[in-house]
Design a binder for this molecule. Structure first.
Ligand code: FBP
Ligand code: MG
Ligand code: MG
Length: 326
């Protein structure tokens, strides 16, 4: 049996990165416990305020954010924290070498209905040690991430992590409260017949995305010549987990639903960490045409269209978009 602590110690993981991962995953245990108690822990419902992106915050969005912030502020390696729920990045320990970014609670609309939610995190290097970190320090392309992962609070609590070239998965053992390795080499098949999209936004999509979904729905009667199946967890963490387990295609594409929003998902707290996991597992992650990990952010809260998962489907979507522009 390999615990997370043992894995981090024996895989030559940088000690500071390892320590920050330990801090995040320890908080994950607390969030997991709170979710198990649910209504009995008074964690359901609205917090009564909006985050910087104008979204109503749930009590658990705020609680998970505060727990992570408090724990990371005490971690000497952490120079600053940026969160989906905070207006600006919060400086931590100026001598730290690492910046931590997170979506404290992904899938907020699932909290009150007892469905899967998660925590997504990303670790970047800090370049100005000794000085107080600022928003601009976080504006690094996703390819520079030193580690990324998520905790999925589902029927069991699972950690997916990449700190080296591979992706590994752990399950939280409720008896010992340890994360135990359950997959030491997560890989995604290049082909899939399963896709995830919120099709209620169909009328707001670009023509190539509408064409793609039309083709999947036509199934064996259409140009694809085979049937496809839809799955939508309404928590990116759940959809990405399914893809890491059995392949698939996930997209929250560009849409025109809200002016000035290039898509719903956040580059730095959702798209980047998930893209690193997906690529390292052999899949692909784009904004429909460009690799997400190459995008140089201009704002810590910027949004990005996301197309990720089994490589051949991601490439197929890219071709549709490129050909449409010719
Ligand atoms: O409400 P929709 O359109 O189904 O969107 C679901 C998507 O929104 C998200 O819940 C956004 O994340 P947050 O819950 O962190 O805001 C994704 O996890 C998910 O893929
Ligand atoms: Mg989210
Ligand atoms: Mg969130």
């Amino acid at each position: 049996m390999t615990t997370l602590a043992h894995y981090l110690k024996t895989h030559a993981v940088d000690a500071a990165v390892s320590d920050v991962i330990t801090t995040i995953t320890e908080v994950g245990k607390t969030i997991s416990q709170l979710l198990k108690k649910g209504a009995l822990a008074d964690i359901l419902g609205e917090a009564g305020n909006q985050n910087v992106q104008g979204e109503e915050q749930k009590k658990l969005d705020v609680l998970a954010n505060d727990l992570l912030l408090e724990a990371l502020a005490k971690n000497t390696h952490c120079a600053g924290v940026a969160s989906e729920e905070l207006d600006d990045a919060t400086p931590a320990n100026a001598d730290g070498r690492l910046l931590v970014l997170f979506d404290p609670l992904d899938g907020s609309s699932n909290i009150d209905i007892n469905m899967a939610v998660g925590t997504i995190f990303s670790i970047l290097p800090y370049q100005r040690q000794g000085q107080t970190s600022e928003n601009s320090d976080f504006l690094q392309a996703g390819q520079h991430q030193l580690a990324a992962g998520y905790l999925l609070y589902g029927t069991s609590t699972v950690l997916a992590l990449t700190v080296a070239d591979d992706v590994v998965m752990f399950s939280l053992d409720p008896d010992t409260n340890d994360y135990v390795l359950i997959n030491d080499n997560v890989t995604i098949d290049a082909d899939t017949s399963e896709y995830a999209i919120n099709s209620s936004n169909y009328r707001y999509w670009l023509a190539p995305m509408q064409q793609y979904i039309d083709e999947l729905i036509a199934g064996s009667d259409g140009v694809r010549g085979r049937d496809f199946n839809t799955r939508w967890v309404a928590a990116m963490v759940g959809d990405v987990h399914r893809i890491l387990c059995r392949g698939g295609l996930f997209t929250y594409p560009f849409d025109t639903k809200y002016a000035n929003k290039a898509g719903k998902l956040r580059l730095m707290y959702e798209a980047n960490p998930m893209s690193l996991l997906i690529e390292r597992a052999g899949g692909a992650a784009t904004d429909a045409t460009n690799r997400i990990l190459d995008i140089i952010p201009t704002d810590i809260h910027q949004r990005v269209p996301v197309v990720l998962g089994s490589k051949n489907e991601v490439d197929y979507i890219k071709d549709l978009h490129v050909n449409h522009c010719k």
